[in-house]
Design a protein around this ligand. Structure first.
Ligand SMILES: *Cc1c(COP(=O)(O)O)cnc(C)c1O
Length: 470
């Protein structure tokens, strides 16, 4: 009894596994080998690999299995059904890879298993959140009082910011939304571009804004809000702008719009999931000129910054509004003088994303960050150049940052070409539609993408089109 400290049989087994260095080395070896060979993998799993997933289908087991066999099962059937988005030729959605130092730091953080809710629950995570908040404010040139909440992605960051806006706009009209709730509250106008991101719509729906009254501003051929089509704004308005159109990569004209919105007393929110990062890149920061005059910003870590998944950040210049929107009180919640991350986020318990943001920023430095972002732009331009003279392929957008849309002569050919490309395993792009036309949508958002990745991918696209024409 004293020998095994009175552990139950299960505890004894788990203790053994916790102390089993070879178990963790095994996990590292599997993971490391995966990363080491990622450029040789097919970018999207072949159908045999997908069929292998059937091996996960079983009844919930009665008895537990040993850790080593669990890793082996995951390696055997799981690793082959991954997409190689951590490599250089995955161009789907807007998907970042992972900075090695952050991947490694994330392993350490797994052992620490910290809860990021409050300072008292993890002093180190609270400190790193505070440091990251300062660094992000500096990189994006945001007002000194700006606070940051670390969440799962821009979807939740948008939600937090819009909740803060809702609190403040109603409070200015004498309506305390914390006390009186949203039902029966004075109405708030919501103004956004015609190509507002789906996650903003979702956030508005969750927060009780109906979509019928949404005021959508017409956009130009690149998806940018037309500043001369902006309705008259007032202090009951929430204006939502976009840094990085999810299809074209374009940016709303912030310096034309935000000053007049401020003048009118409107709240300005920026959905900057991947695009806000250009602010930290000398050659591209002009795209975000004036964005710092907004009230709130949502941005991802897992896209352009290439932190591991998942990681998003809400930034809000009105600390009180964000806190009023997110904070609840419980008797057992002892709030320290130092930073308690949960007062800026919907969740209490959270994983320690600050460790990964901190490790990524520290690994890159301002210089590396600038270079990584500029390289995403360069690679996208290189791909556009490589395909410029390909007969039968048209480029539908200007390369603002890291997005490129391609179309063939008909929608049918575009989709056929895309399927061929996806099945090639050489690179992977998704589809979208652009002003009614089907497109092959390419996003270069991963640090490993090299010039040769671009050449190989351009060839694969040309070959896919040839096959489609057969
Ligand atoms: C990706 C994206 C989002 C949603 O971000 P998640 O991190 O997936 O939640 C919102 N807006 C834009 C413009 C995006 O590109």
């Amino acid at each position: 009894m004293s020998e095994n400290k009175g552990y139950s049989p299960l505890q004894a087994r788990l203790q053994r596994e916790r102390k089993d260095k070879t178990l963790f080395q095994r996990a590292m070896d599997f993971g490391w080998t995966y990363a080491e060979n990622i450029e040789e993998r097919v970018v999207y799993p072949k159908s045999e690999a997908l069929q292998g997933l059937i091996n996960f289908e079983e009844h919930m087991p009665q008895e537990g299995r040993d850790a080593t066999s669990i890793l082996e099962t995951l390696e055997r059937y799981g690793s082959h059904a991954t997409v190689a988005s951590n490599g250089g030729r995955y161009f789907g959605f807007v998907t970042g890879a992972s900075i090695p130092a952050a991947t490694a730091a994330s392993q350490m953080a797994s052992f620490w298993d910290q809860n990021a809710a409050m300072q008292v629950m993890s002093p180190v995570v609270a400190k790193l959140e505070q440091v990251c908040e300062e660094w992000l404010k500096e990189l994006f040139d945001l007002p000194g009082d700006t606070v940051a909440g670390l969440v799962s992605g821009t979807s939740v960051a948008n939600l937090c910011a819009i909740a803060a806006a809702r609190y403040r706009i109603l409070q200015r009209q004498g309506w305390d939304v914390r006390g009186k709730g949203v039902f029966g509250a004075p109405s708030i106008r919501v103004v956004c571009g015609e190509q507002v991101h789906a996650s903003v719509i979702k956030a508005l729906l969750i927060l009780g804004f109906g979509l019928d009254a949404l005021e959508k501003v017409p956009v130009d051929g690149e998806g940018r809000m037309l500043s001369n089509k902006l309705p008259v704004l007032d202090k009951n308005t929430l204006l939502i702008l976009q840094a990085g159109n999810v299809n074209s990569g374009s940016f709303d004209p912030f310096d034309k719009i935000i000053p007049q919105a401020r003048e009118a007393g409107a709240w300005v929110h920026i959905d900057g999931a991947f695009g806000l990062w250009v602010k930290a890149c000398a050659s591209l920061s002009h795209l975000c000129r004036g964005v710092e005059l907004a009230d709130s910003w949502a941005v991802d870590g897992h896209k352009t910054l290439n932190t591991p998944y998942d990681c998003g950040i809400v930034l809000c210049a009105d600390k009180d509004a964000l806190q009023q929107a997110m904070q609840s009180n419980g008797a057992y919640l002892m709030q320290g003088d130092e930073r308690d991350g949960m007062i800026f986020t919907p969740e209490m318990s959270r994983r320690s994303r600050a460790i990964e943001i901190w490790a990524s920023l520290k690994s890159l430095g301002k210089q590396g960050l600038d270079e990584m972002i500029a390289t995403m732009h360069l690679r996208t331009s290189q791909l556009a150049d490589a395909l410029k003279h390909t007969k039968g392929i048209k480029q539908l957008n200007f390369v603002h940052f890291n997005q490129l849309m391609l179309a063939c002569e008909t929608d049918e050919l575009t989709l056929k070409t895309l399927v061929n490309l996806q099945e090639s395993g050489t690179c992977w792009a998704g589809s979208s539609s652009w002003f009614g036309k089907k497109v092959i949508r390419i996003s270069v958002c991963a640090w490993p993408t090299s010039q040769s990745d671009i050449e190989v991918s351009a060839n694969a696209i040309q070959k896919a089109l040839l096959q489609a024409n057969k």
